[in-house]
Design a protein around this ligand. Structure first.
Ligand code: G3P
Ligand code: CA
Length: 241
């Protein structure tokens, strides 16, 4: 079962920052999950929300700031009382770092609230420029973004993110749409649903697995991967089996 550090090792470090990604590497995660959006001047940036307010000391929409302006905000404002400065990473700088590791990256395209034209294209250009095509997995709640990714780059694996309500006959449906993985919420799955996906050759990666009970069930049900804020705990559990 592959362990993805959700927004990096975000349980103890500021989400979607290079310090959280570096801690995910130190925790011996198999991969990192991160979220991408587009800046005003067309740079792919790593941040979960469409606004900078929750995670940084700035205010306003990501798409209304240039990369240089976004870089001035502290993305670690809620960590150590904001005593350390950690900027919003660009996807370009992340790729330059991750290519020096063995980590797989699950890139979540955040395009459900604001649809950013060109985001898929720009993401793919950076993946190609940094030669990490064989170590990425693309996901989105907006399945049109996955269709666009597949259209531009058919060989890249795509995982369909689905809200807590889940999907009926998920394996059948996801195979039908030409995607590779099902990314359900933990609360929406059970052993039979995982088995149905596997019958259709669809891998199951589950979010967000932050309790021992969820970790044990995902392992028992044969899930292929989990997203967790606590990769150190998940690694210790998986290695103990
Ligand atoms: O990819 C799983 C998970 O990250 C999806 O939800 O809101 O944490 O991006 P969210
Ligand atoms: Ca995410």
């Amino acid at each position: 079962m592959r362990i993805y550090a959700h927004r990096g090792a975000s349980g103890f470090y500021p989400e979607n920052t290079m310090v959280a990604f570096d801690q995910a590497l130190k925790a011996k995660s198999d991969g990192i999950e991160l979220d991408i959006q587009l800046s005003k001047d067309g740079h792919v940036v790593i941040i979960h929300d469409e606004r900078v307010d929750r995670t940084t000391d700035g205010s306003g929409r990501v798409c209304d700031y240039t990369l240089a302006e976004l870089k001035r905000f502290n993305a670690a404002k809620t960590w150590k009382d904001g005593s350390e400065f950690h900027p919003i990473p660009s996807f370009d700088e992340y790729c330059a770092w991750v290519r020096t590791t063995n980590l797989v990256t699950n890139i979540e395209i955040k395009s459900s609230v604001i649809y950013y034209p060109q985001l898929e294209k720009k993401m793919l250009a950076l993946i190609k420029a940094h030669k990490i095509e064989d170590r990425v997995l693309i996901s989105s709640f907006n399945h049109l973004s996955l269709l666009e990714t597949k259209r531009l780059s058919p060989s890249l694996p795509c995982g369909a993110l689905v809200p807590e309500s889940g999907l009926v006959n998920a394996g059948y449906a996801i195979k039908h749409f030409g995607f590779d993985c099902y990314h359900p919420a933990y609360v929406s799955i059970d052993q039979a649903k995982v088995a149905e996906c596997h019958e259709h050759g669809i891998a199951v990666n589950v979010w967000t697995v932050n309790t021992m009970e969820a970790l044990e069930n995902c392992r028992r049900w044969g899930c292929d991967g989990i997203f967790t804020n606590y990769p150190t705990v998940a690694r210790a559990y998986v290695d103990s089996l």
